[in-house]
Write a protein that binds this ligand. Structure first.
Ligand SMILES: Cc1ncc(COP(=O)(O)O)c(C=O)c1O
Length: 385
């Protein structure tokens, strides 16, 4: 069955499209989500964390989509992490609770927006990593007559954060005694550990980094400040951090989609591959020129896939090397192809890095079998402020 472009647009705008559009009807490049694999990824993570006694607050920087945040809540997530205040505003407007903005709020406009957000979603948690910023947050909360939940962003990943130990105990004290702040606990994301190659190496790295966060938590408690919450972890360390006492919740993102970058970090069972979660996300592209028997061109280039990794997209089935050929073009090397490639062929590619790829698209099509079950707006796409 095939539908016309006009019918396609009508079905999309009516919202009544379940089982009426096939994968083959989608204009390309199209970002698609295999819903069976996605559901299995969510269920696996949720069950693992529940069995380990850790709360589950997945990171929405990966998907930027309200319906996906809701799907996470439906399997037991207690909330949604966002990287930025503008992302959090999108999820807040959709009525989602339990928001955690994982990066510090520096700049008057960020603080102003945090206060507005906290007025509509008072359970939102924000992060700070220095004393002057804490002072400004307290002034803004006091002027608005509210209390802000503030966690310390702890430096465990070589990026942002307050140094673990004494300095963070002092910062906790400042937040705890501020009139309009509620000291919530510790946010600790050990970014480099997530992609450390080899399970044992990753375990060692994460235990070392997150061990500092746990130690800081106990030091804060010892200073008489309640510190009941420590959030961190990633797709690569979910089964490492979930076994560490003192961490209370895990905030993974990529596991729900998966990408080539994660597939090569090595797993606990297989040192070569990380197969804990399936490839749910892919991009369909069309072969729209075959100028020679040696190569063909697909309609997906830099604007269809993230280009921040040293490897290109890969076909989901079969092997035909892909080379970047410009903003809108990808080159398939037919001299090394394991299958014939013809003009008009529609090919499915696994993406190098899921988060920045998703941020390139307006819509994500949820596919069950070969049919489109849902179309979701990537509502927080471009929300990088
Ligand atoms: C603060 C924070 N938490 C959690 C995550 C989720 O990590 P992953 O997508 O590797 O699971 C990220 C990703 O960059 C992050 O920046």
């Amino acid at each position: 069955m095939s539908i016309t472009w006009v019918e396609f647009e009508k079905l999309i705008s009516s919202g009544n499209l379940k089982w009426k559009i096939s994968k083959d009807d989608l204009p390309t490049p199209a970002l698609i989500l295999d819903l069976d694999i996605f559901d299995a990824n969510l269920a696996k993570m949720a069950c693992h964390l529940m069995a380990a006694g850790k709360a589950f607050r997945p990171h929405a920087k990966t998907h930027k989509t309200v319906e996906i945040a809701q799907a996470c809540m439906d399997v037991g997530a207690i909330g949604t992490c966002t990287a930025k205040i503008s992302e959090a505003e999108v999820f807040s407007r959709a009525g989602l609770k339990g928001l955690l903005v994982t990066t510090p709020l520096v700049g008057a406009w960020r603080i102003e927006r945090a206060v507005l957000l906290a007025k509509s979603q008072p359970d939102t948690i924000f992060c700070a990593d220095n004393a002057s910023n804490v002072e400004l947050l307290n002034q803004a909360a006091s002027a608005a007559g509210i209390k802000l939940n503030i966690a310390i962003d702890l430096l465990v990943g070589g990026r942002t954060g307050s140094t673990p130990g004494e300095k963070s105990v002092k910062l906790a004290q400042q937040i705890h005694t501020a009139s309009n702040l509620h000291f919530f606990g510790i946010q600790a994301f050990a970014g480099p550990c997530a992609h450390t190659l080899g399970f044992l190496e990753r375990k060692k790295a994460s235990e070392q980094s997150m061990g500092q966060a746990v130690e800081t938590r106990w030091q804060i408690e010892k200073a008489g400040i309640p510190c009941p919450w420590l959030s961190g972890g990633s797709t690569g360390t979910y089964n490492i951090d979930s076994a560490i006492d003192g961490i209370t919740e895990i905030q993974p993102g990529s596991f729900m989609f998966m990408d080539i970058d994660y597939s090569i970090i090595g797993g606990q069972a297989d040192p070569q591959q990380f197969t804990d979660f399936g490839f749910a996300l892919s991009v369909i592209a069309t072969v729209f020129s075959k100028p020679s028997a040696k190569w063909a061109i697909v309609d997906a280039g830099f604007k269809a896939f993230s280009t921040d990794r040293p490897f290109p997209p890969q076909l989901r089935c079969g092997k035909v090397p892909f080379r970047w050929a410009g903003d809108e073009h990808g080159n398939l090397d037919l001299t090394q192809a394991t299958q014939s490639i013809e003009l008009g062929d529609r090919l499915e590619f696994l993406v190098p890095h899921c988060d920045p790829t998703v941020n390139l698209y307006d819509r994500i099509y949820g596919i069950r079998g070969s049919m489109v079950e849902s179309v979701w707006n990537i509502a927080a796409r471009g929300m990088i402020q």
